[in-house]
Write a protein that binds this ligand. Structure first.
Ligand SMILES: *Cc1c(COP(=O)(O)O)cnc(C)c1O
Length: 365
């Protein structure tokens, strides 16, 4: 992110949409092509290969012209049989909303909750799974509202002891900033959208999906239409999508994936952790507190407890005059917290510039 800030450019330190580099924005201006022709198939196949690297999978990654919410609906609908239940791990606004999506699709959904700001613990989950069969467990890896990263690796190991229980993972605000080994962890659905840690404009969503899911989907008679995994599979095998996709954004995705792979995924994850640590250091030095539980801080977004009771609106006005913006709290945390995103293509130097500006504000406040 080295481009100088123009007067019309406010650099986004918000957890989505995130900063998109100029050349990635421009990749969307490629001439239009038909989505049933050879050029599209070549583009789709090229993107598919790179998505599989990013998702650490040999299986497929579906491309959906929707935001991530659409793939929540897809996962809930395709993976849970009518006479069985889905367990949602709920510890923030986004995990609560996915739980609502399952119920809105007529699924028998239960919640396993933790207080907002705290992580769900593998032992809690183990207890629930021992007591009751679930067709699937739905996990929001990175709760964008609270800044908590749930312990996915440990939870996946617990769930994998139950071969009929699918593992559905929302990685919307973290995939691209943290390693999620789909095949290694034995996950079943891993979904994200373009506009967060992938640093692309909004408009597409991606989901890695296991063979187990396709077997399950065959046992669910009403899977809906637009998000039917069986249909998506049929078309994916021909390098197509069932309906007209966002072709412009696929061009940008193709280019952005090149950039991500050239940086190196491990290097990218390390950069995120470095920016997250710098943010945590700033929080302590500036006299605030972390809202998230110690040991479970997110690598991509920090939710700061506003212990100094600063006026976040005034802070953002100050920042905006300097070409930057952060985010207020989400939902019921709107007034008690504020959020700093450190994901996508932001660089440690961008974070330093932000901290300097915030310190300047605090000194005069
Ligand atoms: C932003 C977000 C969503 C919603 O994604 P959309 O792409 O806006 O539909 C879901 N889950 C998490 C964790 C998010 O941060």
């Amino acid at each position: 992110m080295t481009e100088a800030v123009k007067p019309d450019h406010v650099r986004l330190f918000i957890p989505g949409p995130t900063e998109v580099r100029r050349e990635i924005l421009e990749a969307q201006s490629h001439w239009m092509i038909g989505h049933r022709g050879a050029d599209f198939e070549t583009l789709f196949a090229r993107v598919q290969g790179k998505l599989r690297q990013l998702f650490y999978t040999q299986s497929r990654v579906y491309v959906s012209t929707s935001s991530g919410t659409g793939l929540w609906e897809a996962a809930s609908r395709n993976c849970v049989r009518d006479d069985k239940k889905v367990l949602h791990l709920v510890n923030g606004a986004f995990s609560e909303r996915w739980y609502e999506v399952s119920k809105a699709n007529g699924k028998q959904a239960e919640a396993l909750e933790a207080e907002w700001g705290r992580a769900i613990k593998p032992e809690q989950l183990e207890e629930r799974l021992r007591a009751q069969h679930y067709d699937a467990v739905a996990i929001v890896l990175n709760e964008t509202s609270t800044g908590v990263k749930n312990p996915l690796e440990e939870m996946a190991a617990v769930i994998r002891q139950y071969p009929d229980t699918l593992i559905l993972v929302d990685a919307v605000s973290i995939l691209g900033g943290y390693k999620i080994d789909f095949d290694g962890l034995g996950l079943d659905v891993l979904l994200t959208s373009t506009q967060k840690a992938m640093a692309l404009p909004p408009g597409l969503a991606f989901a890695a999906v296991s063979d187990r899911v396709l077997e399950r989907a065959k046992q669910v008679p009403y899977r809906g239409y637009y998000f039917d995994f069986i249909e998506l599979e049929k078309f994916l095998l021909k390098n197509h999508t069932p309906a007209t996709p966002n072709i412009s954004l696929l061009y940008a995705t193709d280019k952005q994936l090149d950039y991500m792979l050239a940086e190196g995924l491990e290097a990218r994850f390390a950069r995120h952790e470095q920016m997250a640590q710098a943010t945590r250091d700033w929080v302590a030095e500036a006299g605030f507190a972390m809202f998230s539980e110690e040991g479970y801080h997110s690598p991509t977004v920090t939710t700061v407890a506003n212990t100094r009771r600063i006026d976040v609106k005034a802070l953002n006005k100050f920042l905006k005059a300097r070409g930057m913006t952060i985010s207020d709290g989400y939902g019921k945390l709107k007034d008690s917290t504020f959020r700093i995103a450190h994901m996508g293509d932001l660089m440690p130097s961008d974070m330093e510039a932000l901290f300097a500006a915030m310190n300047e504000f605090l000194a005069q406040a």
